[in-house]
Structures are given as C-alpha cells and as structure tokens.
Ligand binder design. Structure first.
Ligand SMILES: Nc1ccn([C@@H]2O[C@H](COP(=O)(O)OP(=O)(O)OP(=O)(O)O)[C@@H](O)[C@H]2O)c(=O)n1
Ligand SMILES: C[C@](O)(CO)[C@H](O)COP(=O)(O)O
Length: 298
C-alpha cells in the first residue's frame, strides 16, 4: 500500500499565498487510516492524507539563569518586558504571522494566567507545563492531539520553538517549513559553530583548564524551531525523557534530523545580558516596521 502525505496549504484563517511545496510524498510511520482520502490505483490502495503545520511554544520555565537585580524577580524571563512588550509576545507574533501555520499552542505552567489578558484568535494556551522542557513539550503534543480542541493529527508537523527565542522572524519559520516539508525525518534551525571549541577539566584548585581542543568542522549549535511529525516526536519523547531538545529524542530513534542554517540573531534569552541585546534588536525592528507584535497585540 502506498501512503502519501500532502502538506496542507490552506490555513484556518485566510492568509497570503503559502510558500511551501504543493505536494510532498513522505514516509508517515504513524499514519492513521483515512477512508475519505483513499484512492484505488492498479489494484493497490493509495492513501492521501493532508498534513498541516502547527506550532508549540514551551513557555513554562522559571528562567533561573536570567535573574537580574534590575528586573522583577517574581516574573519568569518570558514575561519580562522587552522593547515595550512581554518577551513571549514578540515570539508569538512571529508565529502568528508565519504562513501556512494552522494554529499556535503555548504551553504554560498549571495556574499561570499571565497570557489570559493577551488572548487573541491566533493562538491557544495549554496548562501543560512540566518539570522539564521535554515534559512540557510532550504535554503540549498530547494537548495538540487532544484537549486543545485544535484537532491536530499524528501525521501533522509541529514546529517546537522556545518562548524565550523572541528574535525569530516569520521568514525563518517559513524557511524551515519549506526546507523540511518534503523530508522524511524533519529538521531544525541551527548554526555552524563559529568559534574554536575547547573541552574543559577542573584542576586541583577548582579552576577550569583546557583539556583538549575539539574539531569544529562538523559542529552546529541547535536552535529552534525544530520541526517533526507530532506522532513520531511524541513517541520519541515518551521513550527518551533526558533530552534538551526535540532533535535529540528523534536521534535516539536512530534518525538524522536535517540541519537548516539559522541566524545568530535567533538566540535564546538565557542570561541577564541577553535582555539588552534582545531589546536593542527588537527596538530597531519596531522602528523599521519589521515587527509583528503591535499588529497583533495593540
Ligand atoms: N520545565 C520547563 C522548562 C523550560 N521551558 C521553556 O523552554 C524554553 C527554553 O528553556 P530555558 O531557556 O532553559 O528556560 P528556563 O528553564 O526557564 O531557564 P533556566 O534553565 O535558566 O531556569 C523556555 O521558553 C522555557 O520557558 C518549559 O516550557 N518548561
Ligand atoms: C532547545 C534548545 O533551545 C536548543 O538549543 C536548548 O537545548 C534548550 O536548552 P535549555 O537548557 O532548556 O535552555
């Protein structure tokens, strides 16, 4: 039996023409039966299933490394004000503007109602936050397939993106979809390592010393979004909890995600200094009309 998955080109809300390939034939290991899409050809059954694109933003961290004396300590970093808006709204707006996403789900900690005041038709919230990022993502995928009411299917694509990467642009999200929509595994934005890479050891005085210099030619820094089939990713995360990104769980299944060159501007706000960098870049974008946040949240 042949199985093809066609990527959905019609978003839930009307948007400008999408830029992903019209038809991609890909392996879909968890493909459900879809009698409505069956066609019979030369004695064999051919199933054609439409694959949509969803985004999930894990937003349930505490931001321990970002704590800064000059900022409210009770607010996790994703809710701190950056360029006039809570940081996560910059991230959300980029996804709400990206084509052809069918919907965006944000995963927050149970009881966290910060985003309620910013509710808009373009995104939904799930209280699926868990103790680790991987737990939050697994909960988010279950929610996408179930209680979110969004109606995502296991063969659909999901783009998982850190709420804390607020510099992502719609064009970069669209590029990842474009590059990976026809890929059997999926992929992620990443950057070839720009610096020399050292391994460290601790000396007798407790100080870090170089133990070796590692080859960097094959080394990349993983960013997000990371795009995989929802069913395959959930299965991977249920088998392998101890991972810091989605690609690692997929790799543990013996698969090789595709690396799509990203941008150094797509950094994760992690340490106190990162706020100033994000603020400067976002202010510049807002001044030049290259920001979506006001259009969605004003
Ligand atoms: N249990 C967790 C941990 C993290 N995240 C989210 O995953 C993204 C990337 O994680 P990271 O930068 O490590 O955020 P924190 O865990 O909040 O940071 P820290 O490790 O400094 O506490 C963030 O958007 C964060 O909100 C999450 O949803 N659930
Ligand atoms: C997913 C990620 O952003 C890719 O670089 C990163 O692994 C998250 O790590 P963190 O320790 O949760 O910040």
């Amino acid at each position: 039996m042949n199985q093809t998955v066609r990527n959905e080109l019609i978003p839930a809300v009307p948007r400008a023409a999408p830029e992903v390939p019209a038809l991609a034939t890909v392996a879909a290991p968890t493909l459900p039966a879809d009698p409505g899409a069956q066609t019979q050809a030369l004695g064999e059954t051919r199933r054609e299933v439409v694959a949509k694109f969803w985004a999930f933003l894990p937003c349930a961290g505490v931001g321990a490394r970002a704590v800064d004396a000059g900022r409210p300590a009770h607010l996790p970093k994703q809710y701190q004000e950056v360029a006039g808006w809570p940081l996560v709204l910059h991230t959300l707006a980029a996804f709400m503007a990206a084509k052809p996403l069918s919907g965006v789900l944000v995963g927050v900690s149970p009881g966290d109602d910060f985003l309620q005041q910013y509710q808009r038709p373009g995104f939904a919230i799930s209280p699926c936050g868990g103790p680790t990022r991987a737990d939050t993502v697994a909960g988010g995928l279950r929610s996408l397939l179930g209680d979110s009411g969004l109606g995502a299917q296991p063969h659909d694509w999901v783009l998982v993106h850190d709420a804390a990467r607020c510099l992502i642009k719609p064009s970069q999200i669209e590029q990842l979809m474009q590059e990976c929509a026809a890929d059997e595994v999926g992929g992620l934005l990443a950057l070839p390592l720009p610096d020399t890479l050292k391994a460290a050891a601790t000396d007798a005085h407790g100080q870090s010393r170089v133990s070796s210099t590692l080859p960097r030619v094959d080394k990349w820094l993983a960013q997000t979004p990371q795009m995989f089939r929802i069913g395959a990713l959930l299965e991977a995360l249920e088998r392998c909890h101890d991972v810091t990104d989605e690609a690692s769980a997929i790799e543990a299944l013996g698969l090789q995600p595709r690396l799509v060159p990203g941008s150094s501007f797509n950094f994760k706000v992690t340490f106190p200094d990162d706020f100033a960098m994000a603020e400067a870049l976002l202010m510049q974008r807002m001044a030049s009309g290259d920001s979506q946040v006001a259009a969605f949240f004003d």
